[in-house]
Design a protein around this ligand. Sequence first.
Ligand code: ARG
Length: 484
Amino acid sequence: VTGELSDHKSRAARAAPVWTERFAEPPAPRLLDYTRSVEVDKRLWPYDIECSKAHAQALAHFGLLSPEDLEALVGGLDAVARELADGSFVLDESDEDIHMAIERRLVELIGEPGLKLHAGRSRNDQVVTDFRLWVKDASRECAAHLLDLAEVLGKKAAEAVDIVSFEYTHLQRSQPVSLGHHLAAHAWPLIRDAKRFRSAWETADVSPLGAAAGVGTALIADPSVAAKALRFSRTFENSVDAVADRDFVLDFLHACVCAQLHMSRLSEEIVLWASSEFAKIELSDRWATGSSIMPQKKNPDAAELARARAALVLAGYVALATVVKGLPLAYNRDLQEDKQTAFTACDTVKASADVLREIVQDSRLVGQGTGTGGPGQLQGSLALATDLVEMLVERGTPFREAHRSVGALVRRLASEGKEFRAVSQADLAECGIEAVDVSEVRELDARRSIESKRGSGMTSPPAVRAQLEQLQQAISREREWTRS
Ligand code: ARG
């Protein structure tokens, strides 16, 4: 904007918002600065162009635009879209938001027919129509990125089915597990996230266009004309609700929150596992960072940030939920704040999924770990205590009794710094364990322990392989939706 308003009358009209005639004084510059959203919502421009074309078609359908005007509008909108796409579009200081900016430029380019476009429409229904279209695309994109991550986890899991590791509860060793089984456990939540995005897509799939400022318009007799052009499956049931409702954004954000929470748990395990204490994975050099002072450091910064950014995405959900809380119907300017949260969440989810996909893909899996958490040996580890209990149960000992006597045995061995591999006949006798031989206890084996959990969804290698096939099928099913 040049500020030389006296130069040219049309420039003066341009440099002010469309509603200035109503007021005796021009708006305070600070008001315009404070309320302007174009820097954020300019990202909606392709949807706004689409939405305006559909609205123009509806106006023509109801006899409010001549075929010539319609043609001029569609051509003009295409011309504006080209400028926006190639970066030659110049924002004007009077452009409150992308919707007004596009309309302003349209009028500059095509004149009179451009002045007819906003009939029967308000920005209240226009913004929410654009935003629903954006949420639909963004839901598909987020799901696709998460499925790519799930796919890599599945592939890595397939390589690790036979690697013995230890599972944890309370971050204490619990029982032996196939490392592939554990990795696959990070993939399933992502499938559920993809489904949540599909459901967010469905929530967003309702056209609000025609609700106008909130009560509808005398000019559009049937909102389904524009809705069909925009490929929405349904139109609003209530025009007031149509402009007031932001459930579709909250559903989308909720899907983002869940996805980022899941990725934060994966990130946390990458961070933990890459430590010398766990030493279950080795990060590739491409995905490690160094220290400015300690030359030996190999840090997992990217995973740490993916872990931290769950906070940002959750904050976005809380922010929008708080904006909506107690907000009177129908449209209020507060609702303008819905976009930044969703854009940030979407970008964070996609980038985090991409980063984690590469980290997982490039990491080397080591297995049960050689850190200080225990000797990590496959035979005679105390992490096989539950296997001993189950062995006793199979031989007729009541579970609670077996649990108690194995507990006593563990206490006795641990106090002497021993594990099952060093058990003696006297240890067993002292704890009242008679149904097993001392050699059976010494030879309790992590690999056999894993193989014994044969049920569907359990950790035996054949069960894990079957699970990974199911995982692949689930990924393909969800992918089909993201591509439909
Ligand atoms: N930019 C606003 C938003 O994104 C639209 C303006 C709605 N209408 C109004 N009279 N202020 O919500």
